[in-house]
Design a protein around this ligand. Sequence first.
Ligand code: ZN
Length: 143
Amino acid sequence: MDDLEQLYQDLILDHYKQPRHRQALTDEEVSVEADNPLCGDQLRLAVECDAGRVATIRHDGKGCAISQASASMMCETLTGRTVEEVGVAVRDFVAAMRGEREFDPSWPDEWLALQGVCKFPLRVKCATLAWHALQKALERQVE
Ligand code: ZN
């Protein structure tokens, strides 16, 4: 394993052990629920928008290190961006995880850290679970 890979692994573990934006949510607060039965990951998001921006994203749930770290990383890097930016970010990240496009070196380290997961196709769903959930939550808010 080279230094960069080690750095990315450490970043994933750090987010798993100390998740950002994680909070026990009440049923009323939950915007969307998502699960990945293949792995047993369960996730709930509470998303609040304000003046065209994704003001807060909070998550709770349980599952593997990849799914939990990815949710934390997503909240950390997308909070405060406009709804439009978040939509583009989710689309680009999910496409890269599926191998449909390259990872862009200008993306946040947290996203790049997850690219190692692409080597394990079954875990791609773990890494994109939160992102799909966020997309669904935003679509509902627009309705
Ligand atoms: Zn998983």
